[in-house]
Every structure is written in C-alpha cells, then in structure tokens.
Design a binder for this molecule. Structure first.
Ligand code: GAL
Length: 364
C-alpha cells in the first residue's frame, strides 16, 4: 500500500467523531491529532469530498477502500480535499460524521452506510444543502449514484462453491448452517437471498440461520458455539457471509471438537482467510477488487462535485450505478487472483504453517 507521509493540510475535528479527519488529497493521516493549519480549503479552491466508511473490524475499509479512494481522488482532482471518517459500526456516530462533513462544506458525500435505512435521513439532509450523495458499496434509497459489486452474485458464488465442495466430499444431502451479515446492511440481505437461491434447491437443508449483528466475528463465534451440539451429527457445510464471521465460525467448530471441519465460506479475501484457505480450514472467499470500486466512486464524486453526470454502467433500483463483478477464490486460484493482482505479497501470505501449503499450491 502506498503511503505519503507529507501532510499537505490537516485539521483536527471535534472529539467524539471517531476517526474523522480532513486533509488535502494525498495525505493518509486520519488521526484526530492532526495539528497545524486551521484551514481545510485545498489550494486552488478544489472541491471537498467526504468519504464515510462504516467499520474497521472488516479489514477492507482501512486497508484498501480508504487508501485506494484517496489515491484515485488525488489522480482525478489534485486540488480536491478529502474529509474522511469511519463510524466503527455506530449508525448514530455516522450520522454525526455526515452532518459534520456537511458543516465543513463537503460538496459530495460518498457514504457506505452502517444502516442503509437510517441513511435516508443523511440523504435528505444532504439534499436540503444541495449536496449529492454517492452510495458506496451499500445501496441507499434516493442516492444520486451507486457504486458496488453484484451482491446477489456474491451470495450465489458462495453457495455454489459450498455445494460443489460438499458434493466433492461425497455428500448429496445433510445440514448447512447459515451465518449471515448484519441486519442493518442492505448488502447482507442480497448475499443471503443469492445464497438461498442456490442452497434451497440443492438437496441440502438449512438447519439453523443467524443474522450477525454488526458483522461481529465474536457474535458469529458465540452463535456457532451454541449450535454445535444440536447440529454436529449431520453438519455438512457452513455458509458464513464474510471472512470475519467465517473466522468466528471456524474457531467455534475447532473449539467444539468438530473434526474434520465442514467446508466454510467467506467474503472479502482477507489475508487471514487466504491463509485459512491454503491450509484447508476455509473452503472459499469472495474477492472483490476494491481498487476499481474506489476509483469509480472517486471519479463519480469529482463529476458530481462539478455539476457533471458521472459515467454509469447500469441503473440499480432507479439509481445510476457502476456494478462490478465478484470473483470466487479457492485454494487453486489464490495465485491467479490476489497474488497476481498484488493484493498481498507472497511473503505476507506464506508465513509459519502456511509456507508448506503455499509450496503445494505453487505459490512462491
Ligand atoms: C458488506 C460489504 C462486505 C463486507 C461486509 C462487512 O456490506 O460489501 O465487503 O465487508 O459489509 O463490513
């Protein structure tokens, strides 16, 4: 990940706004301890773009979305200013962060909502100030633009891979448990619906299902722990909606003495998940290349800030949109996906007990 250490401008925000920060494009400083300039205006009078991300337990946001967005914004508009915040799964905090961005004169909000429905009030308040809103990754009704992946396709990829692996394990029937995402995340509903569209006609039965509050890996783990004695005998697979919940489920299964582990799905191609896939603890993940997603959002933000119409590939629920394709990752294509795209270095993946698995998978 590229990092620029020179701070071009920065302003500390009021306490209580979490990781909120305002900095000229190119600065990657998001701490609230910025000092120095009291003016957030970029040189040349460029526009102010606010990026509001939902959480930091899922590694994508701080590791990929934020820096890729920052980089793309700098390329598309060198004198634009980025106002950045992360709500740490708190919808009320995100609302404050959005209000704060509007108060600071944001020209566009790029919002990945903690709570898709609650975000409607942010859109209303932005609209009353004539500020367009881009729904980033998660859909928001009434947004001016939407950038995401095909989320139903994510669920279908997860479930199709799960069913294939269970069949390869010699099973044609048996129980699946489903650990879905957060009930406030509209994507979670799409992942779940996409997965059900495959599982429900697969011959396998959903024995128990859980919507994980806040996508919390800990809550996924405790729920799975509570299910083990009831489902253990006939458990053939675990649908986990992302890599965080997959990690929780796998810890619970191991702790509960389930051996061999049933295949477990995931999403986000997190480093820990790629390692679990290589050593055989997790069956798959879904790789969603964040760079093109962040680039599409940054370009759309600059267009909207200048009163132009962003380039779209489609319409989604009446909102002009760019929708990208997700990719399933299993042991056999780790090399041709996340390694080839330089998402992780081989040296980051192939540590400790993973080294032998890397050699076996031809990753060196
Ligand atoms: C979804 C997002 C996923 C995953 C999850 C947990 O909305 O599309 O990539 O990160 O949230 O935050």
């Amino acid at each position: 990940m590229r990092a620029r250490t020179t701070r071009l401008a920065g302003i500390a925000l009021a306490a209580g706004l979490g990781l909120a920060s305002l900095a000229a494009c190119g600065s990657s400083d998001n701490s609230s301890s910025n000092s120095g300039s009291t003016s957030g205006a970029a040189a040349g009078g460029g526009k102010k773009i606010a990026l509001l991300l939902p959480e930091s337990k899922t590694t994508r946001y701080e590791t990929f979305d934020k820096p890729y967005f920052e980089e793309a914004l700098k390329a598309a508009c060198p004198d634009c200013t980025l106002i950045y915040s992360n709500a740490n799964q708190d919808a009320a905090k995100q609302q404050q962060q959005a209000e704060s961005a509007l108060t600071q004169g944001a020209n566009v909000l790029v919002l990945d909502p903690v709570d898709g429905k609650a975000a409607a009030s942010v859109v209303a308040s932005a609209k009353s100030s004539n500020v367009p809103v881009i729904a980033y990754d998660r859909f928001i009704e009434g947004a001016n633009f939407y950038v995401s992946f095909d989320n139903a396709a994510v669920g279908k990829l997860q479930a199709t891979t799960l069913v294939d692996v269970m069949k390869k394990n010699g099973k044609t029937s048996g129980d699946i448990v489903m650990i879905n995402g957060s009930p406030t995340d509209p994507n979670a509903a799409d992942f779940k619906a996409g997965a059900h569209s495959v599982i429900d006609s697969s011959g396998f039965k959903v024995a128990a299902e859980y919507d994980t509050p806040d996508w919390s890996p800990d809550k996924a783990q405790s729920w799975m722990e509570g299910q083990i004695s009831a489902v253990k005998a006939n458990l053939t697979g675990v649908y986990a909606a992302n890599d965080g919940t997959a990690g929780g489920a796998i810890a619970a299964l191991k702790g509960g003495g389930v051996n061999p582990l049933p295949p477990v799905t995931g999403q986000d191609a997190e480093l820990a998940a790629i390692q679990r896939i290589l050593v055989g603890d997790q069956a798959m993940t879904v790789y969603k290349p964040i760079k093109p997603e962040a680039e599409a959002a940054a370009k759309a933000a600059v267009a909207l800030a200048n009163g132009q119409t962003p380039e779209k590939t489609t319409d989604f629920k009446g909102v002009p949109a760019t929708i990208l394709d997700p990719i399933a990752v299993v042991k056999d294509n780790v090399k041709d996906t996340v390694v080839k795209d330089g998402i992780y270095q081989v040296s980051e993946i192939c540590t400790g007990e993973v080294a032998a698995a890397c050699t076996e998978a031809g990753i060196s």
